[in-house]
Design a protein. Structure first.
Length: 315
């Protein structure tokens, strides 16, 4: 590279194979910087693999670990930008970034955009203005277009390039995490439920774990089954003469003190035992049923319009 500096930003899809075995559960966004033969990789993830929230750390092997990531953009950058990306990646907490990982609000995506913004590499919005405080889109794959919008520091450089790989094989769960498969409102419901379940965990001295994730997807499916458009509260049942406190979990749409609120409940043990894959399969069936009803309603409406038109012609 003749002494030049480069930045590569990566977007790995859910299901991306890992060098050490297995696949990425939810996808990943990370970056590396290079100068001559020196290359440094930076990515942010929880210390305990698989949790949704908890202490995080910087990983320096992501560029090696993630095999054939879906998207990669490489740009020539200045020495100053190289230094800033290195500074942020090496000590993000010194630049105001929290090392507490949260999949919904402080993830690998927030970390990568924090580094990019620190180096003056910003998303360009629809009116061609640079968004200097952009924190990224919630899902890894939806960040590709925003990464592409970054203005290249050296537009004519031969080092500037983009690479795509095929979408990896994915489980049903990974397909729903992917950008193109999970409806936006469903994702919002899931993230809202996760946050509320995480708060219940915290109140009881627990960390959000795989059981919490199964509970979250179970409650999301419960909400969708009952026609809810959002989940404002997740509540544990009170103790009764027949059962201990928390034997049921409620999802509530609306204010708790509003008699007109919508709510639904299920056994806590059932929510914890049902796998996320089963929940996503059930969610897919619910979505299919809704679409079939909509198609049937449209057909009925069209048939009624045709009958009305025929009646008008006869009269």
């Amino acid at each position: 590279m003749d002494g030049k500096y480069t930045l590569s930003v990566y977007v790995a899809a859910p299901g991306t194979p890992l060098l050490d075995g297995g696949t990425s559960a939810a996808g990943h966004v990370y970056y590396d910087i290079a100068h001559e033969s020196d290359r440094k990789s930076f990515g942010f993830a929880p210390i305990k693999h698989g949790v949704i929230a908890g202490p995080g750390k910087i990983y320096d092997t992501d560029a090696e670990q993630y095999q054939k990531p879906f998207y990669k953009r490489t740009m020539e950058i200045s020495r100053e930008q190289y230094d800033k990306l290195n500074e942020f990646g090496s000590s993000p907490d010194s630049h105001g970034f929290s090392m507490q990982y949260n999949g919904a609000s402080n993830s690998c995506i927030d970390f990568t955009w924090g580094a990019l913004n620190h180096a003056g590499l910003h998303r360009t919005n629809v009116i061609f203005m640079q968004d200097r405080d952009y924190e990224g889109s919630l899902k890894p794959l939806s960040n590709e277009s925003f990464i592409r919008s970054i203005r290249a520091p050296f537009p004519g450089s031969e080092l500037n390039k983009e690479d795509h790989n095929l979408m990896p094989d994915r489980t049903l769960l990974q397909r729903f995490i992917s950008e193109e498969d999970l409806p936006p409102n469903d994702r919002q419901i899931l993230e809202s439920v996760r946050i509320k379940v995480s708060e219940i965990d915290r109140q009881h001295g627990r960390s959000f774990d795989q059981t919490s994730e199964r509970i979250s997807t179970s409650l999301m499916t419960l909400a969708k089954e009952n026609g809810m458009q959002r989940v404002d509260h997740v509540v544990l049942s009170a103790a009764t003469a027949e059962a201990a406190a928390g034997h049921r979990m409620f999802v509530v749409e609306g204010a708790l003190d509003d008699p007109s609120h919508s709510r639904a409940s299920m056994l806590t043990t059932s929510a914890a035992e049902r796998s996320s894959e089963d929940n996503y399969a059930k969610l897919e069936q619910i979505s299919n049923d809704v679409r079939q009803r909509e198609v049937a309603q449209q057909a009925d409406q069209q048939e009624q319009v045709t009958r009305d038109a025929a009646t008008m012609r006869m009269s």
